[in-house]
Design a protein. Sequence first.
Length: 95
Amino acid sequence: MSYINEAEEAGMAMRRQFGSGAGAKKLTGTADRLLSALQNRNVNQFVTVLVKQYGALNMDVPLVFLEISKNERRFQEIANAFLLGLCQSDEENRN
């Protein structure tokens, strides 16, 4: 599995952990903070938000995120894939 697929799968797994109701609001807030870090090309902010959220959900941080420190392009690819997985609906995932 490529690191892009791993990142997308990680986003989908985190989305499932949030669930619905109050979790959906937290998901939106987390996605907004991650998107802001991505748009500002701020790797440290992205990782901070990511690690805090994984900790809050009592999940292990996937190893794919070690790749984001390698270069700017890798950060952009992995962060975008993760956010796509995090924000896509279950119906989109089935197709």
